[in-house]
Design a protein around this ligand. Structure first.
Ligand SMILES: C[S@@+](CC[C@H](N)C(=O)[O-])C[C@H]1O[C@@H](n2cnc3c(N)ncnc32)[C@H](O)[C@@H]1O
Length: 300
């Protein structure tokens, strides 16, 4: 079969617009924002289309538009992987983790807020759009570093949910392996405590570190689409971290998602957005449904 080229995709404005409308409808992604660099974007699409033997954008969208359930649909998953941006790193935006260091301890051990004397019975955390796992692992390391008693305390249940719309990036996150160059932000003490050198490296030139299984098992990874209403999670979270994904959404979708995220919080729960995503909370703050604690950190 003839291979599709990047130039052909860039010239196919009808197919390109149709794909944009489809993606906005299904994933909430604003196509202009997602495809800032159209040439790079088309080259990613062309590579997937050639792998899957898809002859045109129109054909791709038509075959997907007929689907009602995308779970397990490889063609849809490959599209999702090609159009999503996965940039992330450990302890991204350190101010958020400085906040959490104080908040976690107070949340779990504050006598005024806990029913059973000193400790809460449980804490539920959701990292929405967790990409390759650096963010939920940073949250977990922060929690265990500032409340180390949790390691021995079975009476407090910790639930950390990490979701993403892209199943391929979630598979990578579940492995918990990171190249030396991806370990920036991890202190020598954290490296010693939470990681071991992996037997097999993911690269010929770099070491690979493995997040220890005994800690990785604290995190439950599964796919979830933030454009769905209601959101596909059981609510009542103490903490929701949803950073650097709303910026790729259309403005309406971003505001809708923040409204839905707010509904998943416990009354005194905390929502953390990306630093450049604060604008999407204006309506909820005006309606007194969210209060800013710090820039991009909110409570109900
Ligand atoms: C730039 S990464 C951000 C990762 C991490 N939250 C951080 O701040 O470092 C954006 C992630 O959002 C995910 N994503 C994009 N659209 C989504 C949607 N509709 N629902 C859930 N996740 C989505 C992408 O797959 C990607 O992994």
């Amino acid at each position: 079969m003839k291979r599709i080229t990047t130039a052909e995709l860039m010239a196919d404005s009808e197919g390109y617009d149709r794909l944009g409308r489809f993606l906005e409808g299904k994933l909430g992604l604003s196509f202009e924002l997602t495809a800032r660099n159209k040439a790079l974007f088309c080259s990613r699409l062309a590579s997937v289309m050639n792998d899957l033997g898809i002859s045109s954008l129109n054909h791709w969208v038509s075959s997907l538009a007929a689907e009602t359930d995308f779970r397990g649909n490889l063609v849809f998953q490959q599209l999702v992987h090609a159009v999503t941006t996965h940039t992330t790193h450990f302890f991204r935006d350190p101010d958020h983790f400085d906040f959490l260091r104080v908040w976690f301890r107070k949340r779990l051990i504050d006598p005024q807020k806990s029913k059973d004397g000193l400790w809460r019975e449980r804490i539920r955390i959701w990292c929405a759009a967790s990409s390759s796992g650096e963010e939920p692992l940073s949250v977990l390391m922060t929690l265990l570093d500032c409340v180390p008693e949790l390691l021995d305390r079975t009476a407090t249940q910790v639930e950390i949910l990490a979701t993403d719309v892209d199943p391929e990036i979630l598979d990578q996150a579940r492995q918990g392996t990171y190249l030396e160059s991806e370990m920036k932000g991890i202190s020598p003490e954290q490296r010693e405590k939470y990681f071991i050198l992996a037997n097999e490296s993911r690269s010929k030139t770099e070491k690979t570190y493995q997040f220890l299984g005994k800690y990785l098992k604290w995190i439950h990874y599964f796919p979830a689409n933030l454009a769905e209403v209601p959101l596909p999670v059981r609510p009542s979270f103490d903490l929701v971290v949803c950073r650097n994904v709303l910026i790729y959404f259309s403005e309406d979708q971003a505001r809708r998602t923040v409204r839905e995220l707010q509904k998943t919080l416990l009354d005194d729960g905390v929502l953390i957005l990306g630093l450049s995503e604060a604008g999407f909370t204006t309506e909820l703050q005006e309606a007194d449904q969210l209060k800013a604690l710090l820039p991009s950190i909110y409570t109900k």
